[in-house]
Design a protein around this ligand. Structure first.
Ligand code: SIN
Ligand code: MN
Length: 203
């Protein structure tokens, strides 16, 4: 992993090209290895609207959403435990998180062509002193960054395969989202698209 001074965008620390192509491929294989146990599913929002991303998780908890709302669940909807967070992914957390504490959840978001993620805060966790670490794999994504109030001005930055974003400090409760994916900008995934991993300390 290439440790350079990150770009600081309103407290979002953006490490461009942090993960080597070889390590990205290892992470992808490790994440795929967990999918038979915890397959991707399409969550619905609390308002019953299907989300455009496909989701799964690894770790002690998986992030889950349905009409009962957003929460962490100790089991996949199929009743299985979530697979362990791969060592290859924990290595990234340990390089940038500046804490000894290990994450409880690795949320896996798969974006196909038209998928996006509306502006939101990550606030289902107990302790906001721990950062959220995001790993981008595959096609480029236009990542939107705001402030801690939904009405705050936003700005956007392209995230590419191997980029890592640390949302901590003032950025921990900042609104963020993904406006669109630029298809075919990476050849990491056999079928175009993007996988984003977010690592979180939950309880
Ligand atoms: C998320 O906020 O959960 C995902 C962010 C991303 O896909 O880059
Ligand atoms: Mn988020």
């Amino acid at each position: 992993m290439t440790q350079m001074k990150p770009l600081n965008l309103r407290g979002f620390l953006i490490y461009k090209s942090f993960i080597s192509a070889a390590h990205q491929a290892v992470i992808l294989d490790d994440i795929r290895a967990g999918l038979p146990q915890a397959p991707m599913f399409s969550p619905v929002t609390a308002w019953g609207k299907p989300m455009s991303v496909q989701m799964s998780s690894a770790g002690k908890y998986g992030w889950y959403s349905d009409r009962r709302g957003y929460r962490y669940e100790p089991k996949h909807p199929n009743g299985n435990n979530w697979p362990a967070i791969p060592r290859s992914v924990l290595d990234v957390w340990n390089s940038v998180s500046e804490t000894e504490r290990q994450p409880d959840c690795c949320l896996i978001n798969h974006y196909r062509e038209k998928a996006r993620m509306g502006l939101h805060q990550d606030n289902d966790e107990q302790d906001f002193a721990f950062p959220v670490v995001s790993i981008s794999l595959g096609d480029d994504a236009l990542f939107r960054i705001g402030g801690s109030d939904r009405k705050d001005k936003t700005e956007s930055v392209w995230l590419s395969s191997g980029d890592v974003v640390v949302m901590g400090g003032e950025a921990r409760l900042a609104y963020h989202g993904v406006d669109r994916i630029r298809l075919g900008t990476s050849n990491l995934l056999k079928n175009a698209g993007r996988i984003n991993l977010t690592l979180r300390v939950v309880d």
